[in-house]
Design a protein around this ligand. Sequence first.
Ligand code: AMP
Length: 174
Amino acid sequence: MAVDAIRDAIKDVVDFPKEGIVFKDITPVLRSEKLFEEAIDLLVAPYMDSPPDCVVGIESRGFIFGSAMALRLGTGFVPIRKKGKLPRETFEESYELEYGEATIEIHRDALKPGERAVLVDDLLATGGTARAALGLLERLGVEVVGVDFLVELTFLNGRERLSGYPVNALIAFD
Ligand code: AMP
């Protein structure tokens, strides 16, 4: 099955970027034209009948999957970026990392209130990043019709922090 082939292609990198973390390297999925296309087909499948107005991707691997999904769905793409990268007026949200804090931003005029958006990142870990991204979309008054990930690390319970939203992950590691 396509999902199994994608799962097999994801490589575990132990102690990266620091000790105790098992990093899920998705770059072999991108390198394979077959697996990359299958991953995008699976990610867009729930939305083909009723495409959203826009796909929103979280920097930086969310840009890769999100922009490919947007092309498949015939929608535009909005980037959520790390602080200091977007040139015009933004909303920002800060969230806790294991060490310290991170801030992400979205352009204030990126989406109109009531527009339907799909939020995408490559991987759901603790859910802090996606929760902050949803905070940005809430401030824009956007209707989030799905929150999509290629990979979910179920043992970190990130999904609990996104309760109330329709969360989809192609592959779960537990
Ligand atoms: P979190 O906010 O904890 O859900 O972390 C999600 C973000 O950190 C995503 O953008 C992931 O790309 C990245 N990330 C966190 N943990 C891992 C991991 N074990 N392997 C690869 N990426 C990770």
